[in-house]
Design a protein around this ligand. Structure first.
Ligand code: AMP
Length: 542
């Protein structure tokens, strides 16, 4: 028997039509770069997305062509998510924190036809535009009253709201091949040039289903979701799509990502779920603790992109009754691979054991399979001890980077993540390092993540980074770089003795260096390679 069930392409546009039909009055709130707060509903989102789809067609953008955005989280960006992908072109989100040369490289490599940008990024666009040949049209995401004066861009500059005004909202979303590309995001390129990861309509919709499930991000029509994670970084972890699928209220923070601005937004809009990297949450917690506040509506926060220190989990859960969902993913995974939510028997464990579990990156979502392999290529046991190269495969894992000049990254059908991890008998994966960040002391591995985790337990530590420094006897030894909290006079001996009994003695760093800041990359992650260049010879004789 065949053909019993309907065959419908899994398409990004279907998420929007569903939201328009079933949640038309649900709200979308955005802090704008123009300085005010904007509110409308999914009905308006859908109407304006159709008008923009008509505009793209007038601009001559063909199916499969790339349309780039350089924008914060906001409603116009959301409209482009659907108008570009829904009409069959490819939404290419650009990361504004990249260097101008890297941005120019990416725009040329992707052959972007049009670049939409938020006003904040005008100076960046003015530097990039003369360096690129492909886009001939730049669109400022604003209205006529706020249009900037600019010259020398060597390309056409248009106004977003003018474009919308010229078009009506009658547009039928085409039925596309579900395996065609819907969006494109480049890796941050800490080694070599960034690589483009194209997501398909099918992979995006399947990722959306999986992300919304109770043991994933647990999203529903009763939620108010604040994606702090940028829409330019792997589609804000898929939350704009999830919100459409479940009909949640969406709150977009725009450019203000400091603790005070986020806290005000969370409270005034009654946010229930937020998502972001640990460095952003550090700012939020510092602000809330300093003012003696707490969260009246927020119940869950997704923390990922870098290890979530236990001290942060404790602060959210114990002081503020906000459940932490520690998640792991990467650009090549759309991005979510694992989420740390308890199994039934773990809910009654003592608090300390629960925190040990929550320091792990969690269990694979259905749709992702994972394994760890040793240096001989053989699979390692799930004993929570053996650490090996983490490999994944599944419906939303890339098998081919964008462009003909790039080789397939797969090994025997598995994607090598570059992360080193353990997996315990319950299937909880824990990242111990990036393969290039790993510390190898006397032939044995030391987990820099575990050392950072201990340092963060110290009340006077604001940021902690552990790197491998070359050592005359042991090859490498851990070196701890620390940013102290304001006003602290913490001494290195005191901090090192804090490690006694908390990690194996030989894992304790040989030294601590106090620094004022640590370099952060385009996605808010610590640039350990820069710190290794600066401090890598610390233990070698001068
Ligand atoms: P990106 O592709 O820029 O999103 O970076 C992906 C990489 O970030 C992963 O391969 C990990 O090394 C790291 N990463 C993401 N989430 C976590 C996490 N929860 N804990 C530790 N590392 C993480």
């Amino acid at each position: 028997m065949q053909g019993l069930m309907m065959q419908q392409s899994l398409l990004v546009s279907a998420l929007l039509t569903h939201a328009e039909r079933h949640h038309s009055e649900q709200e979308i709130v955005s802090r704008r770069v123009e300085g005010d707060v904007h509110r409308y509903s999914y009905r308006h989102l859908a109407q304006r997305a159709r008008r923009m789809a008509n505009a793209l067609s007038t601009l001559g953008v063909a199916r499969g062509e790339r349309v780039a955005t350089l924008a914060w989280n906001g409603y116009r960006h959301m409209e482009l998510y659907f108008s570009v992908s829904g009409s069959g072109s490819v939404l290419h989100t650009l990361n504004p924190r990249l260097h101008v040369d890297q941005l120019a490289y990416i725009i040329e490599h992707a052959e972007d036809r049009v670049v939409f940008f938020d006003l904040t990024f005008l100076p960046l666009i003015e530097s990039v535009a003369p360096q690129v040949k492909s886009p001939k049209i730049f669109v400022a995401m604003t209205d006529r009253a706020h249009m900037p004066q600019t010259s020398g861009m060597n390309a056409m500059l248009m106004c977003y709201e003018d474009l919308l005004d010229l078009h009506d909202d009658v547009f039928e979303w085409p039925v596309l091949d579900e395996n065609s590309a819907s969006s494109l995001c480049y890796t941050s390129g800490t080694t070599g040039n960034p690589k483009g990861v194209p997501y398909s309509h099918r992979s995006t919709v399947l990722h959306t289903y999986a992300a919304a499930l109770p043991d994933s991000l647990n999203c529903s029509a009763r939620d108010v979701i604040l994606p702090v994670v940028p829409m330019f970084h792997v589609n804000a972890w898929g939350l704009p799509y999830v919100a459409c699928m479940v009909g949640a209220k969406l709150v977009f923070p725009g450019p203000a990502l400091d603790g005070k601005s986020l806290y005000e937004l969370i409270e005034t809009e009654h946010v229930t779920l937020s998502a972001g990297v640990p460095t952003v949450w550090q700012g939020l917690l510092t602000h809330v603790d300093a003012m003696g506040g707490t969260f009246s509506s927020m119940r869950r926060t997704v923390i990922g992109g870098a290890p979530c220190p236990t001290a942060m989990t404790e602060a959210f859960q114990q002081r503020h009754q906000v459940e932490v969902l520690h998640a792991w993913g990467m650009t090549e995974l759309s991005p979510i691979g694992t989420v740390c939510s308890f199994k039934a028997h773990q809910q009654s464990l003592p608090m300390a054991e629960q925190y040990t579990i929550q320091a792990k990156q969690g269990r694979a979502l259905f749709g992702i399979d994972m394994r760890i392999v040793g240096s001989d290529g053989n699979e390692l046991p799930w004993d929570g001890e053996s650490a090996g190269d983490l490999q994944v495969r599944g419906h939303w894992v890339t098998q081919q980077y964008f462009g003909a000049d790039v080789e397939s990254p797969l090994c025997d059908g598995w994607f090598p993540t570059g992360d080193i991890a353990t997996i315990d008998p319950h299937g909880f994966m824990q990242i111990t390092d990036r393969s290039k960040d790993v510390i190898k002391s006397g032939g044995e591995w030391i987990s820099s993540a575990a050392i950072e985790n201990v340092a963060y337990l110290h009340p006077e530590v604001s940021m902690a980074v552990c790197i491998a420094a070359r050592h005359p006897k042991w090859d490498e030894r851990p070196l701890l770089l620390v940013v102290k909290k304001p006003g602290s006079d913490l001494a290195s001996d005191e901090l090192l003795s804090f490690f006694n009994g908390r990690v194996a003695r030989w894992w304790t760093p040989d030294a601590v260096v106090f620094v004022d800041t640590v370099p952060l990359g385009a996605t808010g992650k610590v640039l350990k390679n820069q710190l290794r260049d600066q401090f890598g010879d610390y233990y070698l004789p001068a």
